[in-house]
Design a protein around this ligand. Structure first.
Ligand code: SAH
Ligand code: SF4
Ligand code: F3S
Length: 434
């Protein structure tokens, strides 16, 4: 048996792709290793959302190239993921020791291509036409949560974002493949299913009316004690039907991830987001009024080209006013091919971006702590995910995605526990089993 090591740099979708690669490669007699030094096949699964993530990809494989040259000439190196889809051929020039450049759209072609590089070919497969998916083996990371992509791609072309270029146009996965995958994960003991997509609201089954709410109903009807989540939602695509579905279905968790990006209407327009602050607020208010204890998380960008201090402050104001439970934050990073990257004269200086990001993070910390304090003294259902024997602590998540640490000396991973919240920290809660 040969050994394969995959280094994943991106989002949950990328991690999910890695689980699929491991599965496909096992069928070619490759076993998974956690030690890149002993691998016969090394795969870097790249992310290009920001320049930093792209740079990481190239610096990681530099070391691999050295190993190949100095002591392991038969080593095969694959450059996969979002940077690969975009950079294509040019990767081979930049990193001549790479054997295969595999774009996100060609994931399922991997087995065929591996056989060819084993025979000494050097290949690039980044065609934008997706390679048709089949019912493959998936080697999931051992956990209680299974990621299941339901759609991929994006048609929105926000002016800062590379994803429409790396993940292609929106398309839904076949209903049968999704359901088979979920049933299999549940039979393997997974207790939580997270449906993934760049815009999960765009899921569309084979027939009319088969939207995300419909899909959730089909999943909810499956036997067993498990939870269902979905990420990411586009603010204006969240329908009343979806909100009502979350209320109605017992297995679907009270959690929405709804990136706002900016709290300023002018900036939102420049970002090509299709809503203003008030519209976002109304959606948020509606969800909060209908679903008690719902968690709403978001994404924000600091220092978008042309963003004034006043416009940036509108973002801080929005975060506080909506009492967002948690936000991912980032400084704007220009991405090749995107519209905003061309507005070089409007770029915000690095030090200003860094300073704004720090304020955004501080505001986020305040919001998180405030959000967590709401749950002091409450009893909550926690799905245990982890056991740290030496510390005597089990860790899990509530339905609304709060992390809870509980003192306990036995492994309860995969079990549902009722927990009383005793202390609120910034990033997590402390609780006791009851
Ligand atoms: N589909 C989701 C987001 C996917 S990308 C949505 O509609 O929002 C994840 C996050 O990365 C984005 O929400 C955004 O906040 C951030 N991001 C994307 N491009 C970026 C860039 N060029 N610089 C900084 N952050 C960026
Ligand atoms: Fe990127 Fe916008 Fe698409 Fe989200 S909706 S993936 S931010 S282009
Ligand atoms: Fe990165 Fe691609 Fe995900 S760019 S964030 S790995 S979709």
């Amino acid at each position: 048996m040969k050994k394969v090591y995959i280094e994943t740099l991106g989002c949950q979708m990328n991690k999910s792709d890695a689980e699929r690669m491991y599965g496909m490669l096992e069928c070619l007699n490759y076993t998974q290793t956690d030690n890149p030094k002993e691998a016969d096949l090394l795969i870097i699964n790249t992310c290009s959302i920001r320049q930093l993530s792209e740079d990481k990809a190239y610096s990681a494989i530099g070391v691999w190239g050295k190993w190949k040259k100095e002591r392991k000439p038969d080593l095969k190196i694959v450059f996969a993921g979002c940077v690969a889809q975009q950079a294509g051929e040019s990767v081979l020039r930049r990193a001549p020791y790479v054997d295969l450049v595999l774009g996100t759209q060609r994931l399922y072609e991997l087995p065929e291509l591996i056989k060819r590089i084993e025979n000494g070919e050097r290949l690039v497969s980044v065609d934008e036409t997706p390679y048709e998916e089949s019912d493959i083996k998936i080697n999931r990371v051992k956990s209680v949560n299974a990621w299941v992509p339901i759609m991929e791609g994006c048609n929105n072309f926000c002016t800062y974002c590379i994803v429409p270029y790396t993940r292609g146009r929106e398309r839904s996965r076949k209903y049968e493949l999704i359901m088979n995958e979920i049933k299999k994960a549940l039979s393997e003991g997974f207790k939580e299913i997270t449906l993934l997509g760049q815009n999960v609201d765009s899921y569309q089954g084979e027939e009319e009316g088969q939207n995300l709410s419909w899909l959730l109903r089909q999943i909810n009807a499956l036997d067993g004690n498990f939870r269902v989540r979905f990420v990411t939602n586009y603010p204006t695509e969240i329908t009343d039907e979806l909100i009502d579905t979350v209320i109605e279905l017992d297995k679907v968790c009270e959690y929405f991830h709804i990136p706002m990006q900016s709290g300023d209407d002018y900036v939102l327009k420049k970002m090509n987001r299709r809503y203003d602050y008030l519209t976002y607020k109304k959606i948020c208010d509606k969800i909060r009024s209908k679903i008690p204890d719902v968690t709403i998380t978001s994404d924000f960008i600091a220092g978008f080209p042309g963003e004034t201090e006043e416009q940036f402050e509108n973002t801080l104001k929005a975060m506080r006013e909506l009492e967002l439970d948690y936000s991912n934050t980032a400084a704007y990073s220009p991405r090749e091919r995107t519209v905003a990257a061309k507005w070089t004269d409007l770029y915000i200086p690095e030090d200003v971006k860094t300073e704004r990001l720090a304020r955004l993070n501080e505001c986020n910390r305040e919001c998180c702590l405030k959000s967590n304090q709401k749950y002091l003294g409450r009893e909550m259902e926690v799905l245990i995910e982890n056991f740290e024997q030496d510390r005597g602590v089990i860790t899990g998540r509530t339905r609304n995605n709060k992390i809870v640490h509980i003192p306990y000396d036995k492994d309860m991973t995969g079990e549902f526990a009722t927990v009383k919240i005793t202390r609120a920290r910034t990033w997590y809660l402390n609780g006791e089993l009851i």
